[in-house]
Ligand binder design. Sequence first.
Ligand code: HPA
Length: 277
Amino acid sequence: MKNLQKPFADQNKLKEAENFIRSKIGSFPSISIILGSGLGYFADKIVPSFSIFSNEIPWYPEPTVEGHKGKLIFGKVDNIPILVVQGRSHYYEGKSLSEITFYVQLLAKLGIKKLILTNAVGGINPELRPGDFVILTDYINFTQIEIFPGSKKKSPFSNSLINLAKRVALGTGIKIHQGIYCWTIGPSYETPSEIKLIHELGADVVGMSTVPEAIMAFYLGMNVLGISLVTNLAAGISEIPLSHKEVQEVAERIKKPYSVLSNAIIREIASNISDNK
Ligand code: HPA
């Protein structure tokens, strides 16, 4: 499908949003984490210095899905300054590519250099179980919506951050996998036949977000790390019908390892930045 949409937000609107945030806060972190479906818990672990609800920010697209509260939280994790983005917009909400990636474009204006994108996924690879973490190495775009010409040249996920995350996970003893993310439009989950095809294409997990954001962030010069939480086995892999409730139950169960892992990754990224690595 040819993409006739413009992925870039109107520069005046972006500037207005940026000016609004800059009028509220003086200094900006260089690391940001976006919390995916059911993963908002992490936000409770940060020491907030300042929060802005996204509906206060001029032109910021308000997420409308249950479990996706829109908020930017400036704060610290283990004394490391970080910007936590709670709530993202999805294509299936009828949002445009520029709306979905608006927050990424705003983060770039605010000087974010390292972006951790977290999300909930269905597990396709038979080794995966609900509650597992998967570090993303690449993506398959099942939607065929091109974000912008040339965006397919390279995986947007940073090899050095992938290696960092694997090393950190080893140190914490939390088991992680690595794999390829398949982006589907949603909002319906896939059919078992679609999952069979997606598996044959080489994907390990499937989800409805992240790809446009990762591509935009990469394009804007950020180092991107993608961390997926397997909240369910994809359609046809398990007998049990899928539900948003199930997604949230698993997210509840992994609260502890999730925050240990993400905090350790953030610490390591921050120490690499300060070492200029
Ligand atoms: N499919 C697509 N998106 C998802 C799934 C799934 O099974 N689980 C969580 N997000």
